[in-house]
Design a protein around this ligand. Structure first.
Ligand code: CAA
Length: 286
C-alpha cells in the first residue's frame, strides 16, 4: 500500500490543515469542496497557515512554493479517484459521511484506502456502506493540524493490520505521533476532552465564575495553552456540539449531553472564531 497521492474531502478547519500537512510532507493532494466559494475559502486558509509557518521560520519560501504546487482544488469528487489514500473531513454527520464514502467507493479502484477524520463517529458504521471495509480506518488529526503532533488511528471492526500499518507509516511521514484506538465513541482524546468542555459550559451556565475566570483558572492552574471556553471557540461550538450529541447517542450518558446554552449558541450562529463570535468576540480581529 504505497501512498503518493492523497485525496481530501472537505476544506474546512480540519480539511485545510490536512491538505497543508500532506502537501508539505511531499504528497500530491487533490481537495474537494462542494462549491467554488468554499474551495476558495479553504485554500486561502491553507495559504494563511503557510504564511504563519513562513513568518515563524517553520518552512522556507521554496518549501511553501513546492507545497502549493502539489495542491489541486476541485468541486468534483471524481478528481479524487486516482488517490492512493482518501481522507474525509466533512461535518460530523454520519449520513453525510456515508454518502461521501458511498460515492467514492464507486469512483475509486479497490486498492484505494479510505480514512475518516471523524472525531467521534463509528468507523465501522461508515465503512459499512463501502466494499472495502478492510481498507478503511479512522485517522483523527487535531486542530491546528500543522502544529498538533498527534494522530489517533482508529481500527474499525474489519480494518486489517496492513491498513493500520499503512496509516501509521503515512501519519509518521507527516511528522505526527500515532496512538491506536479501537472504534469507540470519541476515541481517546474526545472521550476525555468533551465532558471537560461541557462541564466548563455548565459552570458558566450555573454562574460559578465568569468565562474569563474559568479560562484563566485552567491556563494558570493547570498550565493548559487555552482555557476550555477559548478552546471551544477555537474548535467550533457547532463541531463540539455535533461530537457531544454523537457521543451522547452512543453512550446515553448525561456526561456527554450538551448543555442548553451550547445548543442555543449553535442555533444563533455563535460558533466561535469561525463566525466571529462564540463565548468571546473576534469581530475586531476579523
Ligand atoms: N506550520 C508550522 N508551525 C506553525 C504553524 C504552521 N502553519 N503555525 C504556527 N506554528 C507553530 C509556531 O511556530 C509555534 O511554534 P514554536 O512554539 O516552536 O515557536 C507554535 O506553532 C505555536 O504557534 P503560535 O505562536 O502561532 O500560537 P500560540 O503559541 O498562541 O499557540 C495554539 C496557539 C497552538 C493554538 C495553542 O494555543 C494551543 O496549543 N492550543 C490548544 C489547541 C488544542 O488543544 N487543540 C486540540 C483541539 S481538539 C481537536 O482538534 C480534536 C477534536 O476532535 C475536537
Amino acid at each position: 500500500m504505497e501512498i503518493r497521492r492523497v485525496g481530501v474531502v472537505g476544506c474546512g478547519l480540519m480539511g485545510s490543515g490536512i491538505v497543508e500537512v500532506c502537501a508539505r510532507g511531499g504528497y500530491q493532494v487533490a481537495v474537494r469542496e462542494v462549491n467554488d466559494d468554499l474551495l476558495k475559502k479553504g485554500l486561502s486558509r491553507v495559504e494563511g497557515s503557510m504564511q504563519r509557518g513562513l513568518q515563524r521560520g517553520k518552512l522556507t519560501e521554496a518549501d511553501a512554493e513546492a507545497a502549493r504546487g502539489r495542491i489541486r482544488g476541485t468541486t468534483n469528487l471524481r478528481d479524487l479517484a486516482q488517490s492512493d489514500l482518501i481522507i474525509e473531513a466533512v461535518v460530523e454527520q454520519m449520513d453525510l459521511k456515508q454518502q461521501v464514502f458511498g460515492e467514492l467507493d464507486e469512483l475509486c479502484p479497490p486498492q484505494t484506502v479510505f480514512a475518516s477524520n471523524t472525531s467521534s463517529l463509528s468507523i465501522t458504521e461508515m465503512a459499512s456502506v463501502t466494499t472495502r471495509r478492510e481498507r478503511f480506518l479512522g485517522m483523527h488529526f487535531f486542530n491546528p493540524v500543522p502544529v498538533m503532533k498527534l494522530v489517533e488511528l482508529i481500527r474499525g471492526l474489519q480494518t486489517t493490520e496492513d491498513t493500520m500499518a499503512a496509516g501509521r507509516r503515512f501519519a509518521e511521514s507527516l511528522g505526527k505521533t500515532v496512538v491506536v484506538c479501537k472504534d469507540s465513541p470519541g476515541f481517546i482524546v474526545n472521550l476525555l476532552l468533551v465532558p471537560y468542555m461541557l462541564d466548563a459550559v455548565r459552570a458558566l451556565e450555573l454562574g460559578i465564575a465568569t468565562k474569563e475566570d474559568i479560562d484563566t483558572a485552567v491556563v494558570l492552574g493547570l498550565a493548559h495553552p487555552m482555557g476550555p471556553l477559548t478552546l471551544l471557540d477555537y474548535v467550533g461550538i457547532d463541531t463540539t456540539y455535533f461530537i457531544a450529541e454523537a457521543m451522547f447517542q452512543e453512550f446515553k450518558d448525561t456526561r456527554y449531553a450538551a448543555p442548553p446554552l451550547m445548543k442555543q449558541m449553535v442555533l444563533a450562529g455563535l460558533h466561535g472564531r469561525k463566525t466571529g463570535r462564540g463565548f468571546y468576540d473576534y469581530s475586531e480581529k476579523k
